[in-house]
Design a protein. Sequence first.
Length: 183
Amino acid sequence: MITRKVGEAFKVVVSTKKTLFGAQSGDFSAYYAPVDNLQQKTVVAGGATEAELATASRSATLTANAAINATTLTVDSSTNTLLEGDTIEYSTGKYAYIKKIDGATIYINKKLLVAVPSGATINQSVKLGEYTTQDISIADPGEYIVSVEGSKYSILVEQRIKIVEEDVVVVDGNNDEVVAVGY
C-alpha cells in the first residue's frame, strides 16, 4: 500500500512491457473509490496518455515486401540506424517492437497488421507503451483503490492507496508515482 497526504497529486503508470503502443487516452479509464464503498467511484478525467521518449530519429528502408502477418522485415543493412529494443511505426498508427536484428533482417514482436512494400521507410517511434494518468488528488483521508482499465486490451491495474492528514514518511526514497504492470 502506498501512503499519500491529503490533496497530494500523484499519477498511476501502467507499463505494458512493450506490448501495446499507440493506444488513445480514451482507450483507458481511471477512477478511485473508498475501500469500504467501491460503488462510490470518482473518475479521473483524461484516462491515461502514452509516455513518449525524446530521442534521435532512427530509420531503415525495406529492400523486400513484407506481407501481412510477417514477423520479419528485410532492410538495407548499410543504411539501417534502428536498434534492438526500438519501437517502430511501420505504417501510420501501426507499431511493433524490435526483438532482434541479424544483418539485414529485423525480427519484430508481433505480426504485421498491414503489408509494407519494398522501398518503404520504417521509423523509430518515440512511444514507450507506458501510459500515465492525469494527476490524482484525493481530498479525504482513508483507504482507496485506484484503478486503471483498458478493457479493449484486457488490462486492469489496481493500487491500494492510504490518504493521511499528516506528512508522508518516504521509506524507499521514491514516493513520486505508483508504477503498476499490465499484460
